[in-house]
Design a protein around this ligand. Structure first.
Ligand SMILES: *Cc1c(COP(=O)(O)O)cnc(C)c1O
Length: 324
């Protein structure tokens, strides 16, 4: 059980609370039953301004930047990524200048809208021709936020989230899950959850949505190892992270048939999903729940369901080359 009586809480005593996180989100985020044995953790509702899984990471990253006396955030991401938009939304709100190295990606209306919103909110863009040359364009002594916000510090936001889930299970909001299914891009979300839930029966299944698959999995596992050190997790407790490689299709940002079907089913439950991450992860969650009807499966929602900014100006022509 996940309850206080059996869970060796003292083994998880965090060694990382020296900088307390910035307060951005509203917690705990709701848990709902979707259908049968499938449940959903609604991190899409974490903030009415902009939700999704980047919020918990930014609470820690921005606090760390502040503690280091930085005034500028420097990051990198796909041109229309949620990461660049979320960092712009909350970074500028906290008074930082936000600079982002932008890399071309598959062009969808959603990705374009993300970039239009980030530009409208004042991101300082640096256009990179490709992922290969992008890191060299990160410059200056600003606070560096890596891809997806998945540094050790950022990923601690999802160790926090695992603790939140444990409390909700203890309070009877849902039964202890056998597995959490979550999209895996840069890995911080899945790695943080796996470390935060170490010692429990709950497996974390990361649905790989970017490639090369071998590298993505290796990055996530490396993050798990670093988080284990950072949180001073007892060696008795082994984080349980599985990576499911079956749902990627042609690659990051490309639709899949399974994802399209899952999008239609999710909308019947009132759950908005996106092509890149959550359509694929929701397809996986439904399949995993159907394969094991006796198990409790928790789909961890990572997309923002906050309304997009109205009246966004059109994308200036010079940014069109960021979308293939
Ligand atoms: C960034 C993102 C992810 C991936 O999270 P990682 O921590 O980078 O693995 C998943 N879903 C959505 C909607 C995202 O924006």
């Amino acid at each position: 059980m996940l309850g206080a009586k059996t869970f060796p809480l003292h083994l998880l005593t965090p060694g990382f609370v020296s900088v307390s996180p910035l307060k951005i989100g509203t917690y705990p985020t709701p848990i709902e039953r979707v259908d049968g044995n499938l449940w959903i953790k609604r991190d899409d509702l974490v903030s009415p301004i902009y939700g999704g899984n980047k919020v918990r990471k930014l609470e820690r990253l921005l606090a760390d930047a502040e503690a280091q006396g930085k005034r500028r955030i420097v990051t990198i991401g796909a041109a229309g990524s949620h990461h660049v938009l979320a960092t712009t939304v909350f970074g500028t709100k906290a008074g930082f200048e936000v600079e982002a190295v932008l890399v071309p990606q598959q062009g969808t209306d959603h990705a374009r809208a993300n970039l239009r919103a980030a530009l409208a909110l004042g991101v300082k863009p640096i256009i990179a021709a490709s992922w290969d040359v992008a890191p060299a364009l990160l410059r200056g002594d600003g606070y560096r936020v890596p891809l997806g916000g998945s540094s050790v510090v950022g990923s601690l936001g999802y160790v926090d989230a695992a603790h939140e889930l444990r409390e909700q299970v203890r309070a009877g909001v849902m039964p202890e899950p056998d597995a959490i299914v979550v999209a895996l891009g840069s890995g911080g979300t899945a790695a943080g959850l796996a470390v935060g839930l170490a010692g429990l029966k709950t497996r974390v299944i990361g649905i790989a949505v970017s490639s090369p698959l071998r590298l993505v999995e290796a990055m996530a596992r490396r993050l798990v190892r670093k988080l284990v050190q950072e949180t001073k997790l007892s060696s008795e407790l082994v984080p349980n992270l599985e990576v499911d490689r079956r749902w990627l299709g042609r690659g990051y940002g490309y639709a899949t048939r399974e994802g399209d079907h899952a999008t239609a089913r999710a909308s019947r439950f009132g759950i908005p999903v996106d092509v890149t991450y959550t359509a694929k992860a929701f397809a996986a969650a439904q399949a995993i729940a159907a394969e094991a009807p006796e198990q409790t499966i928790l789909f961890w929602h990572t997309l923002s369901s906050a309304p997009v900014m109205p009246d966004l100006p059109p994308l200036p022509a010079e940014y069109e080359r960021l979308f293939k």
